[in-house]
Design a protein around this ligand. Structure first.
Ligand code: BGC
Length: 415
């Protein structure tokens, strides 16, 4: 307790310049964690913040993947009234930094030795011209397939390890009157499925060329045609009400036995856990076919705001987010694994342990890849151009060749 109080006092003293009254650390936090599992997770942070003398002003913006939150954030920043902290990640951190609107949180990063605790590749994304401009929360894996254990057992189906096996399982389930794939028809969910198919069918090098380097040869290749062929198959495996459905409602379909599989990042596990479901018993987790590891790191950036209380709130928030206890408690709920390398996974479930093991292997063999669908690989304009084509294809009878042509065009026009 002394340590915590002392921290607040030191921070307050160091930033009290001309302002008269210090009301205590305050943070208005813009985030998009509104589903069952997400709300449980963010509550861990709110509680710790309050216990450390902070006043949290919540600004949740519903909408999976954060598109709506980013629109709300832009409006706030443009009107000259940015939130104290916002959930942003990947290359968009640098984009915001280049607009000159982010605060420098290096003082807390240095005093807490973040450089020793965060994998270098992730630390790099949190730094802007050598200063720390964001704090990482977790490592989500995107290339997961979730399954209803009962449905698989009753239909004598094993977790698929190739896309052919997936198709065979899905065809069998469809013939038995079961919806094979729970999916929400929102652009970012289509993109989530698409990137796992790109990785699975093309392999890590193809993923890198197509979705990170935007290499025209990869974008218009026969491999990309096969990717869209598989996407067309996936479209046939979803139910007729998929349009506009939120991702967590798709997860609920798997949970309730209304569908067999969902392809979604491990925030879906947060939903299963929040509903009291047990991995390995009620639901199964496995990497999507093909190898590699698509990572998605949530992080918060602090905005350049006025007021000693808000500045103290930013530093306190950043310190707590990287705290060892928080990293464990939050990630147990969120479905992700801690970004800190010194947090024991003993209390984590089998899916988290698999994620950590696969991440280490992928780091070692060069197949650890940033998720394009979750804003880790590309700048917004390029990612958006790809997603528009993926969604247009998924929701129409566009051929794979047409989709590839559109993809090449859309990417070329996005610069
Ligand atoms: C975020 C997760 C979030 C998910 C659904 C992802 O892009 O990284 O934290 O739970 O979207 O909103």
């Amino acid at each position: 307790m002394f340590m915590k109080t002392a921290f607040v006092a030191v921070v307050a003293a160091s930033i009290l310049t001309t302002s008269a009254v210090f009301a205590g650390p305050t943070a208005e936090v813009l985030h998009y964690w509104t589903s069952g599992g997400e709300a449980k997770s963010v509550a861990v942070l709110q509680k710790e913040f309050a216990e450390n003398g902070g006043t949290w002003i919540d600004m949740p913006v519903a909408g999976g993947g954060g598109d709506a939150a980013m629109t709300a954030l832009r409006a706030r920043v443009l009107s000259g009234n940015p939130p104290t902290a916002a959930q942003i990640k990947g290359p968009s951190i640098q984009e915001w930094y280049n607009e000159g609107v982010l605060a420098d949180i290096s003082s807390v990063a240095n005093s807490e030795s973040w450089d020793k605790l965060i994998p270098p590749a992730i630390a790099k994304q949190m730094k802007c011209e050598g200063t720390w401009c964001a704090v990482p929360v977790n490592v989500h894996r995107v290339d997961w397939i979730w399954a209803n254990a009962d449905i698989l057992a009753k239909n004598n189906i094993k977790m698929p390890t190739t896309w052919d096996e997936f198709n065979a399982a899905a065809d069998k389930l469809k013939a038995a009157g079961i919806t094979p794939l729970a999916h929400g028809g929102q652009a970012w969910q289509d993109a989530t499925v698409f990137e796992t198919v790109v990785l699975g069918i093309g392999g890590p090098d193809f993923y890198r060329k197509a979705l990170m380097e935007l290499d025209p040869a990869a974008l218009k290749s026969d491999t990309m045609i096969k990717v869209f062929d598989q996407m067309r198959k996936m479209r046939g495996y979803v139910d007729s009400n998929f349009s506009g459905r939120d991702w967590n409602l798709a997860t609920a379909m798997v949970m309730n036995g209304e569908a067999a599989f969902q392809i979604m990042g491990d925030w879906a596990k947060g939903e299963f856990l929040a509903a009291g479901k047990v991995p390995g018993k009620d639901f199964l987790c496995g990497a999507t076919p093909g190898g590699g590891f698509l990572y998605n790191v949530d992080s918060f950036a602090m905005f350049d705001v006025k007021g000693a209380d808000k500045k103290a709130g930013q530093l306190l928030l950043a310190k707590l987010i990287m705290g060892k206890n928080f990293q464990k408690a939050f990630n147990l709920n969120k479905g992700s694994i801690p970004v800190r390398t010194d947090v024991s996974l003993d209390d984590f479930d089998m899916c988290a342990k698999l994620s950590s093991k696969d991440m280490a292997a992928a780091t070692a063999n060069g197949t650890l890849l940033p998720s394009y669908a979750h804003g880790m690989a590309l700048r917004g304009a390029q990612a958006g151009a790809i997603t528009d084509v993926v969604t247009a294809h998924f929701n129409s009878d566009m051929s794979s060749q047409e989709a590839v042509n559109e993809l090449v065009k859309a990417v070329a026009n996005s610069y």
